[in-house]
Design a protein around this ligand. Structure first.
Ligand SMILES: [Fe+2]
Ligand SMILES: [Fe+2]
Length: 245
């Protein structure tokens, strides 16, 4: 496996590794800033590949922040490898994530962030949004980069395959197909539909992101608010009815 590195916005790099066993891309996002920030560590077993990608942009030992949405292996499985290689680095995640999982799993304690708290990294400002159960897991949260208006949106809008790094095409249609294909099978029910789902997605849409940085699939450049609002509609139609049946 090899990673592909693409600058999707000024000093924001997408490090993408396609894993044939999953038929999915695993994408990390690196903000090259005074305090370099990496979104998602990638899986532990993919660490060497991810490291190579990061090293093509900056000295990995200088990483300062390691962010992720929720406690799953693709989000933070390689966290301890990064903590080891970058001595000043620290995980940054939701307060729930730090308390429930990360501070037990990780070799150094995480910095917990409250909903709406801002993490400045130099030229960039990352606003943390607590999004419980969106895309999934109680501890979920997302980061919104306010300078370039990039939402680091984890599994939201995921789509399979090894598509182009950045598209202005119909990412919602791709996500709709992926959701429809995943209503049954071993990895079904990846996204719960809770009393908070719709309001959380509408709140994210209200940020009006210009870029959506997806963990699995192409990043999207365009009207991010419309794409997220559309996703809220798709989920209500495809999953919302199931909640009451
Ligand atoms: Fe996930
Ligand atoms: Fe994921």
């Amino acid at each position: 496996m090899q990673s592909k590195v693409t600058e999707i916005a000024s000093n924001v790099y997408r490090i993408s590794t396609f894993h044939p066993d999953f038929g999915l891309q695993f994408n990390q996002f690196l903000l090259d800033d005074d305090e370099p920030f990496l979104m998602h560590t990638g899986m532990k077993k993919m660490f060497a590949t991810t490291l190579e990608g990061v090293a093509s942009v900056l000295d990995p030992t200088k990483l300062r922040w390691i962010g992720f949405s929720h406690f799953e292996s693709d989000e933070c499985g390689a966290l301890n490898d990064w903590l080891k290689i970058a001595p000043a680095s620290q995980a940054v995640c939701s307060s729930v994530g730090a308390m429930v999982s990360v501070n037990d799993f990780a070799d150094r304690p995480a910095r917990p962030l409250a909903d709406g708290e801002v993490l400045p990294t130099g030229r960039h400002r990352l606003r943390f949004l607590a999004t419980p159960h969106v895309p999934h897991c109680w501890d979920a949260g997302l980061f919104f980069e306010e300078t370039e208006r990039i939402l680091l949106c984890s599994d939201l809008l995921y789509h399979p395959g090894d598509p182009e790094p950045l598209t202005s095409g119909d990412v919602l249609a791709r996500a709709r197909d992926a959701i429809a294909q995943n209503l049954s099978g071993p990895l079904a029910n990846d996204m719960p539909y809770t009393p908070y789902t719709d309001a959380t997605l509408r709140r994210l849409a209200g940020l009006q992101p210009k870029t959506l940085a997806l963990m699995h699939g192409s990043s999207y450049q365009g009207d991010g608010g419309a794409a997220l609002g559309g996703l809220a509609d798709v989920l209500r139609e495809s999953l919302g009815g199931r909640a009451s049946s």
